[in-house]
Design a protein around this ligand. Structure first.
Ligand code: SF4
Ligand code: SF4
Length: 249
């Protein structure tokens, strides 16, 4: 019997699930290896049990907590799919805003049932076994994580910082423009996509396991920047967890 996998979404833009669907040919090949038993974006129906649940989005309501716990209970393995699920992503900016005002801005009126708590990542409520980071995820990395799980081994994410990939690609450093880049503390794996496009890294893949803050602060100071500049940047994708660690000297 093929492994049974499912895709689930909570609060988010659903871009990570779309990235999976955009794999097109590889997605069709995937269907030869696994049975997709639940995936609201492409099919109806629900499964009683799953081997792997890929879960996108952050958790903002008590009803979502209950639904997430039920998914966890019927899944052997649960993978956080994308930044919103992994770190609460940009949704975590809600921790700095008044919820009532946010509801008015987002939904055009006070809709208390739609957003009742500051957004949190999946791991705040259930055990998360593995993660696919990024906003959105990288389709190839999703396939690599799934392949590892199907082969019965733990998926490995890069443990080094984005600067390694950026230097290997010989891209010009953002700091040369005296702008903050989160590359020194951000997990590699995207091939420095944003820097190649002329932008800077805003940390969508999350903070590496052992960020070294001291050398980072020295670089900042050399370029006339300060801790508050990093804090502002970290607020985009890393409000919670290790983001706090990097921002406190
Ligand atoms: S700081 Fe940013 S731009 Fe500079 S090397 Fe690191 S990732 Fe690249
Ligand atoms: S460069 Fe940074 S912000 Fe851009 S995709 Fe990579 S990790 Fe995300």
């Amino acid at each position: 019997m093929k492994p049974r996998i499912g895709f689930f979404d909570f609060t988010g833009c659903e871009g990570c699930q779309l990235t999976v669907l955009n794999l097109e040919e590889e997605f069709l090949e995937l269907l030869e290896l696994v049975e997709i038993v639940e995936f609201r974006e492409v099919m109806s129906g629900a499964a009683e049990s799953l081997d792997i649940a890929f879960v996108e989005g952050s958790i903002c309501r008590p009803q979502e907590v209950e639904r997430l716990k039920a998914i966890r209970a019927r899944s052997k393995t649960l993978v956080a799919l994308g930044a919103c699920a992994d770190t609460a992503g940009v949704n975590a900016l809600g921790h700095f805003r008044d919820l009532q005002q946010m509801r008015r801005e987002i939904y055009g009126g006070d809709a208390p049932q739609l957003l009742t708590e500051p957004p949190r990542p999946l791991q705040a409520w259930v055990q998360v076994d593995h993660r696919v980071p990024g906003c959105p995820i990288d389709g190839r990395e999703f396939l690599a994580v799934l392949q590892a799980l199907l082969m019965g081994r733990p998926p490995e994410l890069p443990s080094y910082s984005l600067c390694v990939e950026c230097k290997l690609a010989e891209l010009p450093c953002t700091f040369e423009r005296d702008q903050v880049c989160l590359g020194p503390v951000t997990r590699a794996g995207c091939k420095a996509l944003c820097i190649e496009a002329g932008d800077r890294c805003r940390g969508c893949r999350g903070v590496i396991d052992n960020p070294r803050s001291d050398p980072y602060y020295r670089i900042l100071e050399e370029h006339g920047l300060c801790a508050e500049d990093i804090l502002q940047e970290l607020r985009t994708f890393n409000v919670l967890g290790k983001g706090k660690q990097c921002a406190s000297k």
